[in-house]
Design a protein around this ligand. Structure first.
Ligand code: PEP
Ligand code: MG
Length: 594
């Protein structure tokens, strides 16, 4: 028997067996203050300086070993190294050790807090960027001092990453080839951490509350991304069992992969477009390999993360145009920046917002920073000359907002015209439907745009009132809640009445329990992570539209989510037993919510 079993929310399916390595374990608020004797001051200073030197050493090694595909991130490491070498930060911490007779961790934390207090309120972009970098570096030194973490850039061999939390920015910098899977104490079903794991095709758990108590650095663990658990120090029988399961899983993946280039058409001839969600351009190969018929959601903000400067129009236009040209004649939908909530760029620092998910996010953030927005709009418009490009705006809440966003796009296009640059003046413009307000006025919004894309991750978050990154309320994430189903249907019907396309790009689009119901609603297009495409296409190819519509009718007649979940589970399990063997569903805890 394993020494311990740690439960979590599975956000990416599969199995991994290997060594657990923590990249972060504690909150900053847990930095202990300890008094030290005057005689210990020198030793404490030496400990601090050693931690600085050791992080510096790790970064320098990482910088030398940086693989060609990550070369563009090298400047981040350079600016971080500069901070570590600058004597001011360490000097300030040493001063506190000596004057206040405190431990190195607390002294460093205080030195950073003072800097933030002194300069944090200044409205100077450069200073805010530097402060952000200082925070990142001091956190790294702190974890070294606390003796709780290894540098994620410095693993030997492949590992399973454990963390208190991984932000999207952290995830992008991890060395992907070395990571077999990951688990975090924080996070909910549709937090961006999970989305990244699915993109990388590695198993992952989030919201694993006991992780930090029960798993030690270096433990051998089995990460069961199907059952949503981690087995710590498994015995021989468990290792044999999971090695077999992992082999079966690989075999299943190979089988579904074979048919993935076939069209997503039901037995009775109903066709749905299956597009891909991507975060980084590097994923294009995976999209095509897995049978993606285009890109239904390019989360453009990811290429703004982990850099201290902002990309310029030419840089973006080149990247976007390459993507459009490679995918042509297939569709590429560029979503304009969805920053804020859990994704920040260092150039703008962290805004102190009590409820960031309901704060200056997405289109609101872009409207507040019109120059940043215009740069991106011009780049997307320029890419439209090279392929089948559409644009969409996230988090639209009303008519005025969409009209203002469209006016900004026109402004950008006028500038391009004046500059003699090419673009497609008829580029389709869509919006994401992610707010209940947008659902209610879908018929009005439909008159303004060429298509809708329903973002269920946020629509569920805002409809049910659950922070999508909060594991405590994750059980209320219920895609088949009657309110959510009615919302989606309402939006699809409004789109069709207005003669525009209705697409859906939330995680619901990769759930075999939900897809037949979406088909019953006659969603035109679904967009999902590339790795999930083969399995979902197979489900569609075995379905009949008549059955999907009948299931939808039955589901809409149910009054509780529990009843819907049971009905859908039974129906789908009966129809697709093989598809569901290795599937970690979004539907669980069905008796708790709605
Ligand atoms: C959504 O909200 O469903 C969506 C697809 O967008 P994101 O997950 O990037 O917020
Ligand atoms: Mg969203």
């Amino acid at each position: 028997m394993a020494r311990a079993i740690v439960r979590g929310i599975s956000v990416s399916t599969g199995f991994a067996i290997g060594k657990a390595v923590f990249v972060n374990r504690r909150h900053r608020s847990e930095v202990p203050r300890q008094s030290i004797q005057p005689a210990m001051v020198d030793a404490e200073e030496a400990r601090l300086r050693l931690a600085f030197a050791s992080v510096q050493g790790d970064l320098a090694t990482a910088r030398d070993r940086i693989p060609p595909e990550l070369k563009e991130h090298q400047h981040i490491l350079d600016s971080h190294l500069m901070i570590l070498k600058d004597p001011k930060l360490a000097g300030a911490a040493v001063k506190f050790i000596r004057e206040l007779l405190v431990n190195a961790e607390w002294a460093l934390e205080k030195a950073v807090a003072e800097l933030e207090k002194a300069f944090g309120a200044l409205d100077d972009l450069y200073i805010r960027e530097r402060l952000q970098d200082v925070r990142v570096m001091s956190d790294r030194v702190l974890t070294r001092l606390l003796g709780v973490a290894q540098d994620p850039l410095a693993f030997e061999g492949r590992v399973i990453i454990m963390a208190h939390d991984l932000t999207p920015a952290d995830t992008v910098t991890l060395e992907v080839a070395k990571i077999m899977g990951f688990a975090t104490a924080q996070g909910g079903k549709t937090s961006h951490t999970g989305i990244m794991a699915r993109t990388l095709g590695i198993p992952a758990l989030v919201g694993s509350a006991e992780l930090e108590d029960l798993v030690n650095d270096g433990d051998l663990v089995i990460l069961d991304g199907v059952g949503g658990r981690i087995l710590v120090d498994p015995d021989e029988d468990e290792l044999t069992e999971f090695n077999e399961l992992a082999a079966q899983f690989e075999d299943y993946q190979r089988r579904i992969y074979r048919g993935c280039q076939l069209p997503a058409e039901t037995i009775d001839g109903y066709r749905v477009q299956v597009l891909a969600n991507i975060e980084l351009l590097e994923e294009v190969a995976a999209v095509l390999d897995n049978g993606g018929e285009g890109i239904g959601l390019y989360r453009t903000e990811y290429s703004y993360l982990n850099r201290t400067d902002l990309p310029g129009e030419d840089e973006l236009a080149e990247k976007y145009s390459d993507l459009a040209a490679i995918m042509s004649p297939r569709k590429v939908i560029f979503r304009t920046l969805d920053l804020g909530a859990d994704k920040f760029i260092s150039s703008f620092g962290h805004l102190e917002e009590a409820n960031p998910a309901m704060g200056l996010r997405a289109i609101r953030f872009c409207m507040k920073h019109p120059e940043l927005f215009k740069t991106q709009l011009k780049a997307i418009a320029r890419a439209s000359a090279y392929g089948n490009v559409s644009i969409m705006f996230p988090m639209i809440s009303g008519l005025r907002e969409v009209r203002r966003a469209k006016a900004k796009l026109r402004e950008a296009q006028d500038e391009l015209r004046a500059e003699g640059k090419r673009f497609n003046p008829d580029m389709p413009v869509g919006i994401m439907i992610e707010l209940p307000a947008a659902v209610m006025i879908a018929n009005l919004l439909a008159e303004e745009v060429d298509f809708f894309s329903i973002g269920t991750n946020d629509l569920i978050q805002y409809s049910v009132g659950i922070d999508r990154t909060n594991p405590h309320v994750s059980y209320l994430y219920q895609p088949l809640h009657p309110a959510i189903l009615r919302s989606i249907k309402h939006v699809v019907d409004a789109a069709h009445q207005a003669g525009i396309e209705a697409s859906l790009c939330g995680e619901v689009a990769s759930d075999p329990f939900c897809v037949p119901i979406l088909m019953g609603m006659q969603v035109d297009c679904i967009s999902l992570s590339p790795q999930a495409i083969p399995g979902i296409k197979r489900i569609i190819r075995q379905a009949r539209m008549g059955e999907c519509k009948a299931l939808l009718r039955e589901v809409l007649a149910c009054r509780t989510v529990g009843k819907i979940n049971r009905l859908v589970r039974d129906t789908i399990f009966n129809k697709y037993p093989e598809e569901l063997t290795f599937f970690a569903s979004l539907l669980d805890n069905d008796d708790l919510g709605g």
